[in-house]
Design a protein around this ligand. Structure first.
Ligand code: ASP
Length: 326
């Protein structure tokens, strides 16, 4: 048993022109979240609680695309989604189409703990939030001026915008060798993935958990559901590992990415990093994404097939790092 480990991400696919101060802010936020997780783990908090705690912090800060700062729908509104999974008993909870809940990850947790279901969406999820007395705010709280500007750009380009800018050449890619503009449902997409957040934890007792939270894609259709709330696609935790994905949701769904990592470990006996590398290479042939993972034995791994991913990790032996680029 290798002790506890934690990894966080703030989205795959990074604008190469991202200003230095913004990169610095992202690294500081990731570091702060890791420190929060580390002290919780040192206080013996179970993995599932640490995941919720850290994702809440990421949702509350407007920097990444979750909670406050979420990407906007084509109508300029925010529809958030999140999921959480406790690998010890394979319990899970998820929400979609949440419009007023300050911390969707905690609502997902309540779906897991306090409802007879695994997944609630839209008005039913909002109603459940009120029954449970979670903190709610006006939809405007989530909308930042920066995202309003991005939605405008996305609309001008008739694009589903992954992140901060439309690629100037239209045919750039963070994978090699793609020659035509990237498309999603017939619309061009930016090369940069949005900055969804996620956290995976294995605690000192070898219990794995994972959580993911997002506003989805900028200029998405209202009602669109991505991979982040889908157990097995954007999030998965079982006995052997915990995984949180980010990137082009439609591709992650097709590849059932998070579960695939666990499956190749379970059925092929691969180690965590081998499993991550295999899944990124073999299951993401049509899309761009990344993921973070921890294993029961305290390993931590990343993988992405694009230019970068906001991420960080820490392990019980005192190691901690945050990074953005390859
Ligand atoms: N996977 C998310 C989605 O498609 C976006 C992201 O990871 O940033 O909604």
């Amino acid at each position: 048993m290798g002790g506890w480990a934690i990894a966080v991400h703030g989205g795959a696919g990074v604008d190469p022109n991202l200003p230095a101060h913004r990169q610095e802010q992202a690294k500081q936020l990731l570091t702060r979240c890791l420190q929060l997780g580390v002290s919780a783990l040192n206080s013996n908090l179970p993995a599932i609680d640490v995941v919720e705690l850290v994702v809440r912090e990421l949702e509350t800060d407007p920097l990444f695309n979750s909670g406050r700062g979420s990407a906007l729908t084509e109508k300029g509104t925010v529809e958030m989604e999140a999921s959480i999974m406790d690998g010890t008993k394979r319990r899970c909870g998820a929400v979609s189409g949440v419009t007023t809940v300050k911390n969707p990850i905690s609502l997902a947790r309540l779906v897991m703990d306090k409802s007879p279901h695994s997944y609630l969406a839209f008005s039913g999820a909002e109603e459940f939030a009120r029954q449970q007395g979670v903190e709610t705010v006006d939809n405007e709280y989530f909308i930042t001026p920066e995202n309003v500007g991005m939605l405008k750009l996305a609309k001008e380009a008739n694009a589903i915008l992954f992140d901060y800018r439309i690629p100037s050449a239209g045919n750039e890619t963070c994978g090699a060798g793609v020659e035509s503009p990237l498309q999603m449902n017939g619309l061009p997409i930016s090369i940069y993935a949005p900055e969804t957040v996620g956290c995976v934890v294995v605690d000192g007792q070898g219990r794995c958990a994972a959580g993911t939270s997002t506003g989805g894609l900028m200029n998405k259709m209202t009602g669109r559901i991505g991979d982040s709330p889908l157990i097995g696609a954007g999030t998965y935790a079982g006995e052997v590992c915990g995984v949180s994905c980010t990137g082009e949701g439609e591709a992650i769904i097709r590849g059932t990415l998070a579960r695939e990592v666990a499956a190749v470990m379970e059925y092929r006996g691969l180690k965590l990093q081998e499993a991550v590398d295999f899944v990124i290479k073999e299951r993401l042939d049509e899309g761009m994404a990344g993921l973070i993972a921890v294993s029961k034995s305290g390993e931590v791994a990343y993988g992405f097939n694009c230019n970068g991913m906001f991420r960080g990790c820490a392990t019980q032996d005192g190691f901690m790092e945050v990074g953005i680029w390859e």
